[in-house]
Design a binder for this molecule. Structure first.
Ligand SMILES: O=P(O)(O)OC[C@H]1O[C@H](O)[C@H](O)[C@@H](O)[C@@H]1O
Length: 464
């Protein structure tokens, strides 16, 4: 599966030396790039980076498809209860690979797939409105949590359990599948003790790298997505993203460019799909880039406070919103366009009778228009000295998005090496959870609650 990568508009030959990247700067990274590559190889061989192997592991896929077949025979709706890495990949690929009106189509036209809903927040309005749409007897919930203890997911689970039990009685367990760590955590214990159906997230695969495990594969298979094709796409990328020469490896090269751009003050990394189907991929990538690279300390324990800030934009929509800032605001961004060569369908623009000055549109199509707008934005950004690059997919298919996701995962891992941080942890997120536990009365957090009260009293409040 070929993904195109055009990074000309990031180079010094186009942007000038201040914000553009020179050949010499790229070449200067070669020794570090080779060291990071060797380190990744060793860690992969030692089994510490199991997500590399996911596209090739047929066993879990067969198990997911068998379970999906069973559930499809029993239910009409599937609801994912999960957050962060347990939800964003599913949301992104559901949007990319199923039509917008999927949930409104008759079953046959969904390829036999279920209606899919993802609850990734604890806003009572969102949760109750979603449940109001569904009949408990026809609904299966996938409770997805690597840790098995995430407060949002566990709260949703309790509510869904109660909602289902009140309607179907003692058979309520059949309406839940727990997707969690193979050995540890509250969900795994519950699956063992109470006999819930369950799937395992392989050890060593963190949430934001888990799309190719049952975390993403099960809900997507239930919605009718061809998950074998998705994994085949990822596998087709594997050879290129493991090449030692970082100039020939698109994942390493993009990480290197982003890293060098960051060093020149371009600290905001905008992902801008020119495609409605790819729009939520930028949400998935935002978590991957932010949690993996945003760190207080480096691998040696030095205080560094490092990490590019990922931003989501959508073409053409954000040309009429954020692009003004990108063109004229601070020189602190790299824009990465995602662009399909083939949109899969097209609409001709007919003549608009009576409208003067619009005749030029007649005979063109929307695919032409969106493509022209992406190219026009790229060229204008470049003329304004703004770094940008384009990742292009032949079309939005399971194979192409599988390949893109795998590439971006390896890119993130390699970028962790360049920034000198651990891309697989998220200590800052854990820290922030403690006050929530304290406020919700979790035993052992009493001191944290007092600390919270003191800090809260210091905040000033304005009544408007
Ligand atoms: O899958 P879970 O263990 O429930 O975690 C869900 C999410 O929450 C955590 O706070 C982490 O920051 C994320 O990396 C993770 O994806």
């Amino acid at each position: 599966m070929s993904i195109g990568f055009d990074y000309t508009n990031m180079m010094a030959s186009v942007l000038g030396p201040e914000r553009g990247i020179s050949e010499a700067e790229l070449e200067g990274l070669r020794p570090r790039a080779e060291a990071i590559h060797r380190d990744l190889l060793v860690r992969r061989e030692e089994g510490f980076l199991p997500f590399y192997e996911l596209p090739f592991d047929k066993g879990p896929v067969d198990a997911v498809l068998t379970l999906a077949g069973e559930l499809c025979r029993q239910f009409e709706n599937v609801v994912v209860l999960g957050i962060g890495g347990s939800a964003l990949g599913t949301l992104a690929l559901f949007r990319a690979l199923c039509p917008l009106h999927h949930n409104f189509l008759p079953r046959k036209e969904r390829g036999g797939g279920l209606r899919l809903f993802v609850l990734d927040n604890v806003d009572p309005v969102g949760v109750s409105e979603t449940l109001d749409l569904l009949a408990p007897a026809e609904t299966v919930f996938l409770v997805i949590s690597k840790s098995g203890s995430t407060v949002e997911t566990m709260s949703q689970f309790s509510i869904a359990l109660d909602w289902v039990s009140r309607s179907v009685g003692t058979s309520f367990r059949d309406h839940f599948v727990l997707v969690t760590d193979p050995v540890s955590g509250a969900l795994r214990k519950l699956a063992a003790d109470e006999g819930y159906r369950s799937c395992s997230i392989p050890e060593g695969v963190g949430g934001r790298f888990s799309l190719f495990t049952p975390v993403g594969l099960l809900p997507l298979a239930l919605a009718g997505v061809d998950i074998r094709a998705l994994l085949a796409g990822a596998a087709s990328m594997a050879e290129r993203v493991t090449l030692e020469n970082f100039r020939e490896n698109p994942a390493y090269l993009n990480a290197a460019l982003q890293y060098l751009a960051y060093g020149k003050g371009l600290r905001i990394s905008v992902m801008m799909p020119y495609s409605d189907r790819l729009r939520d991929l930028a949400d998935w990538f935002r978590q991957l880039w932010a949690e993996s690279l945003g760190k207080k300390v480096d691998l040696q324990g030095n205080l560094v406070h490092v990490g590019p800030t990922p931003v989501k934009a959508l073409g053409t929509t954000d040309q009429h919103s954020q692009v003004q800032l990108y063109m004229e605001g601070p020189f602190d961004k790299v824009v990465t366009f995602l662009s399909p060569d083939d949109y899969g369908c097209d609409l001709a623009i007919p003549s608009l009778a009576g409208a003067s000055g619009l005749a030029y549109l007649e005979g063109h199509t929307l695919a032409e228009l969106i493509r022209c707008e992406q190219q026009a934005t790229a060229v204008t950004l470049t003329q304004n000295g703004r770094a940008n690059c384009t990742l292009s997919l032949p079309a939005v298919t399971p194979e192409s998005v599988g390949a893109l996701i795998y590439m971006l995962e390896i890119q993130t891992l390699f970028a962790g090496g360049l920034f000198g941080v651990n891309p697989l942890d998220q200590p800052g997120v854990e820290e922030g959870k403690d006050f929530t536990y304290a406020l919700m009365g979790r035993p052992g957090y009493e001191e944290k609650k007092e600390e919270f009260s003191r800090a809260f009293q210091r905040q000033s409040r304005y009544l408007l």
